[in-house]
Ligand binder design. Structure first.
Ligand code: FAD
Length: 323
């Protein structure tokens, strides 16, 4: 057996979640006395690729094929399944990112594999069985799933495993793979980015506003703070339902799930449906005038007070720090 990890790139670069997934996959390889292969699909520089060898990959496969430049669920899943077969990989690790969440079950079907999506810790292995702790019920609970199939796909939630440096001097090889027309039934034609905005699903920092901001006219300070921090903006469901912000910013059980390093919640009560979308954030900062707001129960840092006084002070402090 061996382990395969998918290194997802964002605009040709690997994010921290990729190094977490490689470190995690290497730990699984160590548990099973086997090797780890990392695979990248798309346009990634050789320097960026070789960085995967700093976190434990023994071999790096590079799939650089014009048709696969942009993420296409079915086609990427087909490539990963073929790579798993070629590498005789019984375990495939994928980051539980926006695209990883669609990819992992497709790869599992192709490999007739058991799947643990939303994994949060290293599997326990006993008698050849994998027992994986994963989130359940939109992040409100954890479940221990036992995978008894020969092949296993694990989708690891970003921020749930640490990056471990482990230099292997891995070699990079081109992995040539033929794709089928049927893998391109759904194609990404164009990425339309809001001007100068950070993409929310994969943002490292998110500044999010709720109904406590009173109206859309008050979002200037949210955007200014986000701009200064290089953050994406987000909101609670009632805010997008009211049309104050676009639905693409709605975070939670019925919206987008995010896993940033820092989530700043401003004027959001912290209802369970909102928390479902942000619970894997590494550090949560809450600004709310109600000291009893439920959000404070999950906050790492809290500022009790009026957002209209606190946010401008924060903006000034960040500007002063950057000056
Ligand atoms: P509120 O609950 O009105 O809270 C506003 C907060 O702002 C309060 O805590 C208040 O103290 C604070 N505040 C007010 N003024 C200020 C001020 N000047 N300064 C600082 N703080 C201030 N919600 C989601 O967000 N995402 C979801 O995906 C989602 N899915 C749902 C699915 C279902 C099936 C259901 C039933 C509900 C769902 N909801 C979802 C709605 C959720 O239950 C809450 O109603 C919602 O999250 C509340 O939004 P809010 O915190 O912005 O507003």
């Amino acid at each position: 057996m061996s382990v395969l990890v998918y290194a997802e790139n964002t605009g040709g670069k690997f994010k921290k979640s990729v190094y977490e997934a490689v470190s995690y996959a290497r730990a699984i390889a160590n548990q099973n006395n086997t090797t780890l292969t990392a695979i990248s699909i798309g346009d990634v520089s050789s320097d960026e690729l070789s960085a995967l060898g700093n976190y434990g990959a023994h071999k790096i496969l590079n799939v650089s094929n014009g048709q696969l430049k942009n993420f296409v669920n079915q086609a990427y899943a087909a490539v990963l399944a073929k790579a798993a077969e070629a590498e005789q990989a019984d375990v495939v690790v994928i980051s539980n990112t926006f695209s990883g969440r669609g990819l992992a079950p497709r790869v599992a079907v192709k490999l007739s594999a058991g799947i643990a999506d939303g994994a949060v810790s290293l599997p326990e292995t006993a008698d050849g069985k994998f027992i994986v702790k994963k989130t359940a019920f939109s992040g409100k609970a954890f479940a221990m799933v036992q995978l008894t199939s020969v092949n296993i796909v694990i989708a690891l939630i970003p921020n749930s495993y640490k990056v471990i440096e482990n230099i292997t001097n891995a070699v990079t090889e081109d992995f040539l793979v033929e794709t089928k027309e049927s893998d391109f039934k759904a194609m990404l034609k164009e990425i339309i980015k809001s001007a100068d905005k950070v993409s929310l699903p994969d943002a490292e920092i998110v500044v999010s506003g709720g109904r406590g901001l009173k109206g859309p006219e008050n979002w200037g300070m949210i955007e200014e703070l986000a701009g200064l921090l290089g953050a994406a903006t987000a909101c609670s469901k009632p805010v997008s339902d009211a049309g104050w912000r676009s639905h693409s910013e709605h975070v939670g059980q019925t919206g987008i799930a995010v896993s940033p390093n820092l989530y700043i919640a401003i004027g959001i009560s912290g209802a369970i449906q909102h928390l479902a979308g942000i619970s894997s954030s590494k550090v949560i900062v809450v600004i709310n005038k109600d000291a009893e707001a439920p959000f404070y129960k999950v906050a790492d840092y809290g500022i009790v007070g009026d957002a209209f006084e606190i946010v401008p002070k924060l903006i000034d402090a960040v500007k002063a720090y950057k000056a």
